[in-house]
Design a protein around this ligand. Structure first.
Ligand SMILES: *Cc1c(COP(=O)(O)O)cnc(C)c1O
Length: 761
């Protein structure tokens, strides 16, 4: 098949300037088009657009002013912001060419059909409001310790409301004269958070996606186009007379050897570093005396987007199989979906079992890579999850990076993606503060040194610091960024990849304009989302002073609930409680006596103590940081205890867990109507661990710790995502009340379960 003669689609080609916005140039490259620099105290210039509000200029450092609050404590603030938007919208419309005629006249508004219509709308809306009042889920409440949804920052809501009433579409700047630039600034900000510069062509880029699933799909899509690009270039060199002068272009293989690209083997071609591949069109252009985009615009017609996977079959000659993704078994289901959608098939999404902490087994990974190496199966991506959806586990990225170095020496090259859809914003707890302009010196060491008070383990902190080493990252502002739906994002370390995924329809406009809408899978994109993320970041910086504090509260609250669960069961109770995360002494394999000692120490110095008390005791503080899950999703099991003996039957355990979940999740009737929400005093979610997914190490360790015998195929587990962005020790009487509700219910159900399970009953 020849893609060159009949291009399958029209493609726009990007040229990137010194600045960070991109311009679309089919014709020429205008130098110096876009730079972002401070202009006055509170605005920046984005290209020819001056006075764009500066995202780093106006942080609000008072956490009490960030959220509406569980009792709507800040409703006056939100009302003011909302009113400001409404007044602005009225003034904006009236101010736009004021000589224009009035269409809806006072006479029309005075008719009885008009007044009736307005009254009907209002009545009808009250019905809908009533429906929400009864049945909406109280994500904001301290009683809601279930799914990944919490309160939303007021700036995010106000930004969205403003954007929504203007309704721009970030698909093209023609339809988003305000919000395209806000998206550019907000996403640059996320790149800077990770520690990436956005200044140059081969540096970082990010755009908003509808969600993490789309971001993961785009990561696989771009990885696919990069992986096959050397093959595309070889074909283009054979077929395109205009490229004749670049026929002898060389590549550096992972071994360090230089070789003419057209003389490499298929296996070598599949194992070239991403940056080396992405530099090829530029190097060819230099040989040809052309602009890079002129070469890009030719070679993309030979890549998978144009010719399909079928057009690439000759790439597999002499190899053992099609490119593979390696993901941990805790991965989100968007990964197999991405493997399917991108033409590899779910079978090419090979999952690695996890260890007892729910982190990808590095042994399994190296075994998989050995197989790939010996059978000559190309590896597309290794995905490290940062904050798994069910347990907030963080895969050992530092080890995965080291593994990649090892395999590079053996001639096996792959890209690494971090799926931080959930966990991304947790990086802010160790991210130094920064403004909208960052210099290379700022990015040399973007992380704080004194982590003594950071309620996150040294292990987790190391994984965040390593994110900047990878090729692409998914971060959802609508997950641990607390922003309302929908707001995901994809970050690329080397923005040259955008050349490979740009499709232009005639409708997406003219050249030389900043754009964010043309590099993703989506078409129309809510500009309101960009305004929301932008204004949230402007008020609550994605660093220590802003989100870092929100997430510090969330992490502290998680650790405090963890200790509550450790000591939940008293001698007189009919159950035992086992949190999935082991205490550090157990994790490190210390003796039973040492574990008891550590438990006693936790009970004495951490359990029920305020953060100030814990922080005043260096030994307790050091241990506090290492307690609980890697982030803020806490899983735990309750096992019945009869006459002082802990149940050993997995069935009875699962039955109790099902009962507890039933007591604390919203039920629906046959008509699909949710139960009245006011009937629930506490809300939890649950998950099921399956042996064939999680593997023996994980399942056997947890089963044993629960006190179960045998080798259960499935273990039910309660799951709480603790998102409360406040220091909860202020409310310890109230949180104690919630703990009591849980204990009483489990006792009641455990007595019932154990009666029905015991043979004498
Ligand atoms: C939530 C999640 C996703 C998917 O994100 P959506 O925004 O729900 O599409 C992907 N990966 C992880 C680890 C997640 O937690």
């Amino acid at each position: 098949m020849s893609g060159g003669e009949a291009p399958l689609m029209e493609r726009g080609v990007l040229a990137m300037d010194e600045g960070d916005a991109l311009m679309l140039t089919r014709v020429h490259k205008k130098p110096g088009f876009v730079t972002v620099r401070r202009h006055g105290p509170r605005t920046v210039n984005v290209g020819k657009y001056s006075s764009v509000p500066d995202i780093g200029a106006a942080p609000i450092d008072e956490p009490a002013a960030w959220f509406l609050g569980p009792r709507a404590e800040n409703s006056e603030v939100l009302t003011t912001l909302t009113k400001d938007v409404l007044e602005h919208i009225g003034a904006y419309r009236r101010g736009y060419l004021p000589e224009d005629p009035i269409i809806i006249t006072p006479e029309m508004q005075a008719t009885s059909s008009y007044t009736t219509a307005v009254a009907e709308m209002s009545t009808s809306f009250k019905e809908v409001l009533g429906y929400f009042a009864e049945r909406a889920t109280p994500f904001f409440s301290l009683r809601y310790q279930a799914h990944m949804t919490g309160d939303n920052p007021m700036p995010a809501l106000a930004g969205y409301f403003l954007g929504m009433l203007h309704n721009p579409n970030n698909v093209t700047i023609q339809a988003s004269t305000t919000t395209t630039l806000l998206e550019l600034l907000a996403m640059r900000d996320l790149c800077h958070m990770v520690g990436w510069s956005t200044e140059n062509d081969d540096q970082a880029w990010s755009h908003i996606t509808a969600d993490g699933s789309i971001a993961n799909n785009e990561a696989v899509w771009t990885a696919r186009e990069v992986k096959f690009l050397p093959f595309a270039i070889v074909k283009a060199l054979q077929k395109e007379p205009s490229l004749a002068g670049a026929k002898d272009v060389e590549v550096t293989l992972t071994s360090g050897t230089k070789k003419r690209l057209d003389q490499t083997t298929n296996w070598e071609r599949f194992n070239i570093r991403r940056d080396e591949i992405l530099a090829l069109p530029g190097r060819m252009a230099a040989k040809l005396g052309k602009q890079p985009y002129e070469v890009w615009s030719v070679v993309v017609n030979y890549d998978v987007n144009a010719v399909g996977v079928w057009g690439m079959l000759d790439a597999f000659e002499g190899l053992g199989g099609a490119p593979t993704l390696f993901t941990p078994s805790t991965r989100h289901y968007s990964w197999p979906k991405a493997a399917a959608v991108n033409g590899f098939g779910t079978e090419r999404d090979v999952t690695m079992m996890v260890d007892a902490d729910g982190r990808m087994s590095i042994d399994e990974l190296t075994k998989g890579l050995d197989t790939a190496l010996s059978k000559k199966i190309p590896v597309l991506l290794v995905v490290a999850v940062n904050g798994s959806t069910e347990e907030s586990a963080i895969d050992d990225l530092t080890k995965i990076l080291a593994v990649r170095e090892d395999y590079r020496k053996k001639g096996l090259e792959f890209d690494i993606h971090v799926d931080a859809a959930w966990g991304g914003y947790f990086m802010t707890v160790v991210r130094k503060d920064f403004g909208s302009v960052v210099t290379p010196a700022d990015l040399e060491n973007p992380f704080i040194e004194d982590t003594r008070k950071v309620p996150m383990s040294d292990y987790s902190i190391e994984q965040f610091k390593a994110v900047r080493e990878v090729d692409s990252v998914t971060i959802d502002p609508h997950k641990s960024g607390y922003i309302q739906y929908t707001a995901g994002s994809i970050l690329y370390r080397n923005k040259e990849v955008l050349n490979l995924v740009t499709f232009t329809g005639a409708y997406i406009g003219a050249a030389t304009e900043p754009t964010v809408g043309m590099f993703g899978l989506e078409g129309s994109k809510a500009g309101a989302t960009a305004a929301s993320v932008f204004f949230a970041h402007r008020c609550i910086r994605p660093s220590e002073r802003g989100y870092g504090r929100i997430l510090t509260f969330a992490l502290q609250n998680t650790r405090r609930l963890y200790t509550d669960l450790l000591f939940l069961s008293r001698p007189e109770d009919s159950f035992v409680c086992t949190p999935l995360p082991r205490i550090p002494a157990e994790r490190s394999g210390a003796s039973a006596a040492e574990q008891e000692k550590q438990l006693a120490f936790i009970k004495e110095t951490i359990w029920g103590k305020t953060i100030e008390e814990i922080e005043a005791n260096p030994e307790a503080l050091a241990l506090f940081r290492e307690l609980g899950p890697d982030q803020n999703i806490l899983d735990y099991g309750f096992n019945p205890r009869v006459d002082g003996k802990v149940n050993t039957d997995p069935e009875a355990y699962n039955q109790l867990m099902q009962g507890v979940y039933d007591a604390f999740h919203i039920h629906y009737d046959k008509e699909g109507l949710a139960d009245n929400i006011h009937n629930y005093k506490l809300l939890l979610s649950y998950t099921i661990f399956k042996r064939h997914e999680y593997g023996d190490a994980f399942m056997d360790t947890f089963a044993k710790r629960l006190g179960l015998e045998g080798r259960p195929e499935e273990l039910y587990c309660l799951r709480s995502v603790i998102m409360d962005p406040y220091a909860l020790n202020l409310n310890s009487a109230f949180t104690q009340q919630l703990v009591d509700i849980l204990r009483d219910k489990v006792n009641e159900l455990a007595r019932r379960t154990s009666r029905s399970a015991s043979p004498s009953a």
